[in-house]
Design a protein around this ligand. Structure first.
Ligand code: CTP
Length: 416
């Protein structure tokens, strides 16, 4: 569980998005966090404290003089028990109050008294978000090191459309996971391929494979959590775009190859997770193939697709390359042979038919030092472990990061 042992104070202020904070509390708990809700009076106009109490199993606080806290100092007690204070939704009024250091209710006082990071997910009408007063308050808070999660843009509860909507609870929870991930890849650019490819036979038929893209997408997400600038070249899959990832959709192996070659310049790391078709149909038909009178099958001819991983690994200024190997047997021997054939420093071998489409996997890492086994786990957990393994190897192989990128990352980190 990605937020196991994390203690989160969830502040709920007055905005209609407060109803989504209930879903957020559950999502954070489902990821292993303990959630302590603190509400403003305006927040309680939208959702009752009992809802949060029932959902979190913890008493909800809103009064700075609450007698349930023995020393009558809930602003100190609650903030000292937290790893992070997350205010979602954060109203324009609340941002204004904390930008000026006001302590006129428990939540604002707690924000001033805290010794842990503060993250806010703003939610307000677009005019309020764009108002110069709010812009000043946001700038002040950013300067104070407060992290902003959103807002999103789209249709608002008031019927207007624009920037100011609170991000969806699951997106906010993803930000929390990223917040707690050490930034081993800050300043690094990573390019990945994931999913299957689809090689057309005619306009309605084609050849593909059972890859779901789940492992590659989980890896892209884990790398983004670790601070990498991630570009994901994805074959056909219905998976949602992972957190913090720039996604380029392709269909065929040739398109995947061309997209990778166009993007690989400046990458520090390339990971080929995609199950790329080795062959394409050389004589694909422009119109739908019809059954012939005698029932003879079409005369399909195949051409070899480029090996994307091998092509990247042989570039003069190649990034650190990681390959995956989908095998049906003898992982170690086949993996070692594939690592040599592709010319990559690290190869992750797995049993292809036992992982395609599944939510869990296990990996055998093969590099010059030998074998490292990553035990069976859900793909997000496995991806987080693999990211650490890659970070160790990448830092040893390419310890220097370009200075400009490093300082940009540092500036971003200040507000994270
Ligand atoms: N790969 C690639 N381009 C290809 C074929 C494979 O980039 N045309 C990459 C995959 O993304 C993976 C690695 O090479 O990282 C190994 O893929 P795999 O399908 O296991 O191996 P193949 O090279 O296709 O060999 P075989 O199918 O014969 O086992």
């Amino acid at each position: 569980m990605e937020l196991a042992n994390r203690r989160i104070v969830l502040g709920v202020t007055g905005g209609v998005a407060a109803y989504k904070a209930a879903v957020l509390a559950r999502d954070l708990m489902a990821r292993g966090a303990s959630v302590q809700v603190v509400m403003t009076a305006a927040g309680q106009r939208f959702v009752g404290a009992e809802t949060f109490q029932a959902l979190t199993g913890q008493p909800v606080f809103s009064d700075a003089w609450d007698a349930r806290i023995e020393n009558r100092m809930p602003h100190i007690e609650l903030s000292r028990r937290a790893d992070v204070v997350l205010v979602a939704p954060a109203s324009a009024d609340f941002l204004a109050r904390i930008a000026h250091g006001l302590c006129d209710d428990l939540l604002a006082t707690l924000c001033l008294a805290r010794d842990c990071p503060l993250l806010v997910a703003p939610a307000m009408n677009r005019q309020m978000w764009e108002h110069p007063a709010t812009r000043r308050n946001v700038a002040t808070l950013r300067d104070d090191g407060v992290g902003f999660i959103g807002p999103d843009s789209g249709v608002q509860a008031c019927g207007e459309t624009g920037e100011g909507r609170m991000l969806e609870p699951s997106d906010i929870a993803e930000h929390l996971c990223a917040h707690f991930t050490p930034k081993r890849f800050a300043g690094r650019r990573v390019l990945l391929t994931a999913g299957p490819t689809f090689e057309p036979i005619d306009p309605v038929r084609g050849i593909t494979n059972l890859s779901s893209g789940k492992m590659g997408f989980a890896l892209a997400r884990a790398l983004a959590f670790a601070g990498a600038k991630v570009t994901l070249v994805a074959g056909p899959t219905t998976l949602p775009t992972p957190f913090g990832t720039r996604r380029l959709d392709v269909t065929t192996a040739m398109q995947m190859h061309d997209a990778v070659m166009a993007e690989v310049g400046g990458a520090d790391l390339f990971i080929g997770v995609a199950a790329v078709a080795d062959w394409r149909v050389a004589n694909a038909s422009k119109s739908k193939l019809k059954k012939t009178a005698g029932g003879a099958p079409p005369d399909l001819q195949f051409a070899l697709n480029p090996d994307i991983l091998a092509a990247v690994a042989s570039l003069p200024a190649a990034p650190y390359c990681v390959g995956f190997a989908a095998e049906s047997e003898d992982l170690e021997r086949n993996g070692q042979a594939k690592r040599a054939a592709k010319g990559v420093p690290l190869l992750c071998a797995n049993i292809g038919h036992a992982t395609f489409g599944r939510d869990d996997n296990e990996l055998l890492l093969i590099d010059e030092a030998g074998l490292t086994r990553l035990e069976r786990a859900d793909k997000n957990t496995l991806a987080a472990r693999l990211v650490l393994e890659i970070a160790n190897r990448l830092e040893a192989a390419a310890p220097d990061r370009p200075k400009a990128r490093k300082s940009r990352a540092r500036r971003r980190g200040k507000h994270a």
